[in-house]
Design a binder for this molecule. Structure first.
Ligand code: NAG
Ligand code: NAG
Ligand code: NAG
Length: 141
């Protein structure tokens, strides 16, 4: 029983450390050749959290709905530190966030595409190594 409780507690606390993509919105039309802010929000923190970093990638989908691209993330637009802040006005979620401006090449394939944000952090008192990928599917036009 103890093990089950520990696993549930760990899953709950790990979930709280996830980053979320606040923008662009799912299904949003984005023109190839334009730039878009990818708004990465930090989840509510229940444990001590030390950020390691994130990446922002974009992959064209072969299918609709999109196949799992977690091992085929596509073009890397950013890889480096994650330093979310509380801006005014806040994100709609109220969470601290950081914007990453992505210039989508005019040659980028049209159709469904998925922004992925791989995230690595240390959390808890151990601390423990934590990784996760958030994503949002948009439409490149
Ligand atoms: C994207 O563009 C298509 C074609 O113009 C339109 O039908 C659709 O409603 C747009 N989607 C969104 C989320 O604005
Ligand atoms: C971050 O990007 C979103 C979406 O474009 C925008 O609404 C918000 O004002 C931006 N925040 C900052 C601080 O630039
Ligand atoms: C997006 O993330 C979810 C949850 O991790 C995953 O199930 C899904 O396959 C991902 N989608 C893509 C297109 O990679």
């Amino acid at each position: 029983m103890k093990t089950i409780f520990a696993v549930v507690a760990l899953a709950a606390s790990a979930f709280a450390q996830t980053v979320n993509i606040g923008f662009p919105l799912p299904g949003q039309n984005i023109s190839a050749g334009s730039s878009v802010n990818v708004q990465v929000e930090e989840g509510r923190q229940l444990d001590a959290l030390t950020e390691i970093g994130i990446a922002v990638t974009l992959q064209h989908c072969q299918q609709n709905p999109c196949e799992d691209v977690s091992e085929d993330l596509g073009t890397i637009f950013f890889a480096g530190p994650f330093q979310p802040q509380n801006f005014q006005p806040p994100a709609s979620s109220g969470e601290p966030y950081q914007n990453f401006t992505v210039n989508i090449p005019s040659s980028f394939a049209k159709g469904p595409a998925v922004f992925s944000v791989p995230h690595a952090a240390l959390f808890g008192l151990g601390p423990e190594f934590f990784t996760q990928i958030s994503n949002v599917t948009v439409n490149i036009v």
